[in-house]
Structure formats: structure tokens, C-alpha cells
Write a protein that binds this ligand. Structure first.
Ligand code: PLP
Length: 427
């Protein structure tokens, strides 16, 4: 083997995988088994004691899933990764490793709607608070941080409004305050943006979206950037204090720059349990092989559609960071110059009723609540995902009555544009 560092497309196909040692199978096999036979009693003891790496039980690890983990870690430039059942469970386990009751997360207020619910409501049951900050105003992050802040949480490219977050500035603040920066990179994917290079300590993904890419499998992943010093003080006891169930091992001392990924696996995943199925790991691995090709086409199509809509007389505004006059265009050029992703919002003339008619009139677009499929997707948030909010709350959340969100797929862009045109003309 040469010493060349493989490029992104090569890693997307090869990282973590090798021909199956027992059969020669070239594609990664689906190890559809719950458990693995020990060599002998000593081997079992060393696996359970974290003295040796190996397979015990699929809730904690699986060889198909391990290839996915190694591959995403390589693509993100992290030290290790842990794949789990969904994007939301990746967030849960990442926070579980750093939070104690009474601690808080400072989070961007423009996040995927499900993440806002998770932080606002469900995490309260663990005694975890959230303090919201504005991704367009760095000072609001600084103002929200207090001595119980154990994580800063942002999206690199925020769903749905096409907001690009100034990661380096937030990372500088996080480093000054010694707080880990956790970045949800779902909408950008490592093809467009690698948050660890901009100072993120941990990256999380919903693999359900562009990484799997075909709208057929749920998954999530946590990538350890390996950069955070968990034992500089006693604020992160899961990583810096002896673990009673593992003979007093201190995870950070034992596992160094991948201790966070280990903590998420041997404490969070072991005890909370949201394991990904080996079949889903296989489906997502298959999707991942074409990520660079798909993502570039998603972005190219989305930009053409956004430009077309910006000039359409039934469209009042388009929010897409890839448009030269967009508020976030210069940040997009800095953090994700290859493209601004595939998801954006626009406003239809005629408000709520026009939005409802548009999603009803499309043929090629599927009317549903997802993003990151090969297919083009459309939704009117005010009548669906955000319908329980008041009108004011809807507008603050970027889901006002006229807002339509699209996730542009991989079809011929002329067909995508023609479908929107006919649906708008039928209004
Ligand atoms: C979908 C999504 C999630 C949640 O992921 P699931 O796989 O649906 O649990 C989190 N963040 C973003 C940005 C998403 O788009």
C-alpha cells in the first residue's frame, strides 16, 4: 500500500471495510446476530472488563455497524464513532455522557423541530435544562453560559431556514469556557462541511437523511473529535471518575482521545439501549458509498430550483444560503463552499391557503415530513409539523403561514422545476 492519504470519495467507499476474512465477501456482510461466541472464559472476562475490544452482544456493538462507525469517523476526521438507532438517540447518548442533573445545554434556537422538543421537554425529566441562544448573535451564547453549562449545541447548516452557523467563533467561545461544542452536521454531511476542522469537539448525525440518502433506514451516529480534555477538572465525572461497574477504570485515562465515543457506547448505549440494527447499518453503508456524488447533485439541483423560485411571480421570498444575496451566503462560502445543501424554504403569495394548495398540487414531489431522500420532498410546516403552535410562535420558528419547505432530490432538475411551476400555476 502506498502512503497516499485517500481522498473523500475513496474513503466513502473503502474506509473501515475489507473483504470478509472467512468468505472473501467483498460487500460488508450483514451480521444479523444478537450475540457472539467467546473463545474461552478468560476472553469473555477481558471483553466484559474493557481490557480487550471485541464483540459481545449487538446492543453494544456489531461488526456490520463497526464498518459504518469507522467510515463515518474517517469522513468526519474524528478519532472514533458510535452508530445508534436514530439521530435523536445519537443526541441523547452524546448529552448523557456529559450531563448531570441540574446541568444545562446552551443551544441554538434554530434547530430541527424534533431537537427543540427533545431539549425543551423530554430532557427536563433528567434534570437537564436548555438555554436558547441565537445562531446569528454570538453574544447571546456567551450570555447564556453559566457554571452548569456542560455542552453547546448547534447545527452547522440549520434546518429548515438554510442558516449557516459561524462555527469557528462559537468554538473559540466554547474553548475559552472549556465547554464541549457538539455540532449536528446532518444537513451538510461531511461532504460539504467537516465541523471538527472548525473546532467542534463532537459531531452528531441523523444517518436517516443524506448519509443513508434513500429514505429507507433510520440511524444516527456520534463522532468523537478527540480534542476535548475531559479530566482537566471534575465537571465531566462520567469520563474523569472511576467507573464502579468496570473495576474502577477511568474512561478518559484508559481510552484517551476516543474516551467520549467509548463512554457513549459502554455507558449510554449499554444502559439506555438504542442500538441500530445490522440491516440498517448495511443499508446506510451502501448509501454512504455514493454520498459525494449524491450530495453534489442535491446541491446543484437545489441551487437551480432556488434561483428559479426567486424569480417566480407567485413566490415572495426564498431562504437559501447558496443564493448570492442571501444573508448567510458569506458564511456558506467559508464553511461549505461546495454547496448549501438541498433543503430550503420559500414563501408563497397567498399565505396559508396557497401553501396548502401548493403541497396538494405537486405530482413529482412527495408531501411528507422528511429530508435527504433521492426523491424531492415538500411540506407546509404551518399545517403539519408546526400546526400546534400559535401564529406568533410559528413565525419565530420560521414556519409562518406562507412558508413551504422543500428537500430537493436527484431527479432531472427540469422535471423538478416543471412540477413546482404547474403546482403554482394551478393555484
Ligand atoms: C432528522 C433530524 C434529526 C433527528 O434524526 P432522526 O434520525 O429522525 O432521529 C436531528 N437533526 C436533524 C438536523 C435532522 O434533520
Amino acid at each position: 500500500m502506498s502512503e497516499r492519504v485517500p481522498g473523500f470519495s475513496t474513503l466513502a467507499i473503502h474506509a473501515g471495510a475489507q473483504p470478509d476474512p472467512s468468505t472473501g465477501a467483498r460487500a460488508t456482510p450483514i451480521y444479523q446476530t444478537t450475540s457472539f461466541v467467546f473463545d474461552d472464559v478468560d476472553h469473555a472476562a477481558s471483553l466484559f472488563g474493557l481490557q480487550a475490544f471485541g464483540n459481545i452482544y449487538t446492543r453494544i456493538g456489531n461488526p456490520t455497524t463497526a464498518v459504518l462507525e469507522e467510515r463515518v469517523a474517517a469522513l468526519e476526521g474524528g478519532t472514533a464513532a458510535l452508530a445508534v438507532a436514530s439521530g435523536h438517540s445519537a443526541q441523547l447518548l452524546a448529552f448523557h455522557a456529559v450531563m448531570q442533573p441540574g446541568d444545562n445545554i446552551v443551544a441554538a434556537n434554530k434547530l430541527y423541530g424534533g431537537s427543540i422538543n427533545q431539549l425543551n421537554h423530554s430532557f427536563k425529566n433528567f434534570g437537564w435544562e436548555v438555554k436558547w441562544a441565537d445562531p446569528d448573535d454570538l453574544n447571546s451564547f456567551e450570555a447564556a453560559i453559566d457554571e452548569n453549562t456542560k455542552a453547546i449545541f448547534i447545527e452547522s447548516l440549520a434546518n429548515p431556514g438554510g442558516i449557516v452557523t459561524d462555527m469557528s467563533s462559537i468554538s473559540a467561545l466554547a474553548k475559552a469556557k472549556r465547554i464541549p461544542l457538539i455540532v449536528d452536521n446532518t444537513m451538510a454531511t461531511p461532504y460539504l462541511c467537516r465541523p471538527i476542522e472548525h473546532g467542534a469537539d463532537i459531531v452528531v448525525h441523523s444517518l436517516t437523511k443524506f448519509i443513508g440518502g434513500h429514505g429507507n433506514s433510520m440511524g444516527g451516529i456520534i463522532v468523537d473529535g478527540g480534542s476535548f480534555d475531559w479530566s482537566a477538572d471534575d465537571r465531566f465525572p462520567m469520563l474523569s471518575q472511576p467507573r464502579p461497574e468496570y473495576q474502577g477504570i477511568v474512561l478518559h485515562e484508559t481510552f484517551g482521545n476516543f474516551a467520549f465515543a467509548i463512554a457513549c457506547r459502554v455507558l449510554g448505549l449499554r444502559d439506555l439501549g438504542p442500538a441500530i440494527s445490522p440491516f440498517n447499518a448495511f443499508m446506510i453503508l451502501t448509501g454512504l458509498e455514493t454520498l459525494p456524488l449524491r450530495m453534489q447533485r442535491h446541491c446543484d439541483n437545489a441551487k437551480k430550483v432556488a434561483l428559479h423560485l426567486a424569480g417566480h411571480d407567485k413566490v415572495s421570498w426564498v431562504s437559501y444560503a447558496g443564493l448570492p444575496d442571501d444573508k448567510h451566503h458569506s458564511l456558506q462560502q467559508k464553511y461549505m463552499p461546495k454547496g448549501a445543501g438541498a433543503v430550503f424554504t420559500f414563501g408563497v403569495q397567498g399565505g396559508y391557503d396557497a401553501g396548502v394548495r401548493l403541497v396538494s398540487n405537486t405530482d413529482l414531489f412527495s408531501h411528507l415530513a422528511n429530508i435527504g431522500d433521492t426523491r424531492s420532498l415538500i411540506i407546509h410546516p404551518a399545517s403539519t409539523t408546526h400546526r400546534q403552535l400559535s401564529d406568533d410562535q410559528k413565525t419565530v420558528a420560521g414556519a409562518g403561514p406562507d412558508v413551504v419547505r422543500v428537500s430537493i432530490g436527484l431527479e432531472d432538475v427540469e422535471d423538478i422545476i416543471a412540477d413546482l411551476d404547474q403546482a403554482l400555476a394551478n393555484d
